[in-house]
Design a protein around this ligand. Structure first.
Ligand SMILES: [Fe+2]
Ligand SMILES: [Fe+2]
Length: 472
């Protein structure tokens, strides 16, 4: 299914034949561009950036590389191809044809799901807006901008659904998406992690590794939705999301790599004095970003999650590949949760545990990249292992929120927690140190900041010293 670039808004939803929708989106577009100029990547308007842009949604043809000025990026509406035979795969409506229109009784629930997802997309752009000022290389700057324009497009994807299927309420929600801002005391973004700052590149890489991966799992469960336009939107978004997590994984890996090199060269653990980030600090950032991302999955047991599933709105990760009845009314699922001041494992009705199940899939996925980071350490002969902390560690949402849980899963007293917190989470001094490494941007092609190794290869087969961004 090709994308029509002759339109003001590139799309594969035949926007040209829907005047009402076209007008609604064209009304929204100037506000979006104003938002991008005001809260998108700071000072980047005139840069030519070597970006990929979607040109079609099939497996091979969707990525097209070339220099683009970001305000001219072809944000548009791209849905994965429609399967006319598609059926709802789970819940009470299992086996019925997927909905092409919003079922009346599910309207407000579905709208809320779309708004919650949509709100995260511009939020992350806002959080990352100043990072270009301290980019460790042109390669990294380009990757930051690629992530930013695609998050902008993800906002478009959700706004399209609101405009196309939710009438006036949808238009109001689309406006509100540009009015809430990350960290705004009066109108914050909806979810906690999206109001945190992303002040430095270690945070950025951890964010794209852990928090964009939450995005992957939310999108994957919405990609199972019985509401077909939502499912198809999310399916295409997932292809873009993969690059964001790649940026995170390789970014953290390159920092570890550089630290290992310096540790070996100077035979010391104290790489701070050599202008790099010590492994303990990297582990603390990992602990922080993993735990705040876990919160995004919500309560361990949740009637909302059960309802979304039974109603056919939000499935499990890779729902159709799971072998069970896809209704789950008689099934149980074992969860780890907090009870009576301790941590217990217990079976609960599977329907109520869907948030926890998705979180479990997420945790396993997170672990795979950590293994690859540990391979870097092992190869360098450095005796240190990065670890994901226990799921109960440093949680603000869910059953663990009331407990002090150590990274290895022990419940601690308040005093024990206080005595150790600075070993497990970045302190103000740690953050100040990491920030102190973030100097002026490195803008010479092929040069990399001292605290990070160059990537193994460039983008789209280009060399690592390619001029990924031209400043004009
Ligand atoms: Fe996104
Ligand atoms: Fe993302």
């Amino acid at each position: 299914m090709a994308i029509d670039y002759s339109q003001r808004i590139p799309n594969n939803v035949d926007l040209a034949s829907d005047r009402r929708l076209q007008r609604a989106l064209e009304n929204w577009q100037p506000g979006f561009l104003d938002w991008w100029k005001e809260l998108g990547p700071d000072g980047s308007t005139d840069f030519d950036v070597y970006l990929r842009t979607a040109i079609s949604t099939d497996a091979n043809g969707w990525a097209n590389f070339g220099y683009v000025k970001m305000p001219e990026y072809r944000w548009g509406i791209f849905l994965a191809e429609r399967d006319p035979e598609r059926q709802i795969a789970f819940g009470d409506n299992k086996g019925q044809p997927a909905w092409q229109e919003v079922p009346g009784e599910l309207r407000s629930t579905l709208r809320r799901l779309i708004v919650t997802q949509g709100d995260t997309e511009p939020a992350s752009v806002e959080q990352q807006r100043l990072l270009g000022k301290t980019a460790p290389s042109l390669y990294d700057l380009r990757n930051l901008f690629q992530v930013n324009v695609e998050e902008g497009r993800h906002l478009w994807a959700m706004v399209y659904l609101l405009h196309a299927y939710f009438g006036r309420d949808g238009r109001e929600e689309a406006e509100a998406m540009l009015e809430r801002h990350s960290g705004d005391p009066d109108k914050p973004r909806i979810l906690g992690a999206f109001n945190e700052k992303t002040p430095d590149w270690l945070s950025f890489f951890m964010f794209t590794y852990f928090t964009d991966r939450d995005g992957k799992y939310q999108l994957a469960s919405l990609a199972e939705s019985g509401f077909d336009p939502l499912a198809r939107s999310c399916r295409f978004m997932l292809t873009e999301e993969a690059h964001h997590m790649f940026v995170g994984e390789t970014g953290v890996g390159r920092i570890i790599q550089r630290t290992c090199e310096l540790m070996k060269e100077h035979k010391t653990d104290d790489v701070r004095s050599l202008g790099a980030i010590d492994l303990r600090t990297i582990q603390k950032y990992l602990n922080f970003h993993f735990s705040v991302s876990l919160d995004l999955f919500g309560q361990e047991t949740s009637t909302n999650a059960a309802n979304y599933y039974s109603q056919g709105l939000k499935g499990r990760f890779l729902e159709t590949r799971i072998e069970d009845d896809h209704v789950l009314t008689d099934a149980a699922y074992e969860i780890e949760t907090a009870e009576g001041g301790g941590i217990v494992r217990k079976p609960v009705p599977a329907l109520s545990a869907l948030n926890e199940r998705l979180r479990q899939d997420y945790i396993e996925d997170c672990g795979r990249g950590v293994l690859r980071w540990n391979k870097i350490l092992e190869k360098a002969g450095i005796d240190f292992e990065m670890k994901l902390p226990h799921r109960g560690f440093h949680r603000r949402i869910g059953a663990f929120a009331g407990l002090n849980v150590s990274p290895d899963g022990k419940v601690l007293s308040e005093a024990e927690w206080k005595a150790n917190e600075s070993k497990w989470l970045p302190t103000d001094a740690d953050r100040a140190f990491v920030t102190s490494l973030m100097g002026a941007p490195v803008t010479e092609p092929g040069k990399y900041a001292h605290w990070i190794a160059p990537p193994a290869r460039g983008i789209n087969g280009q060399p690592v010293d390619f001029e990924y961004v031209r400043f004009n």
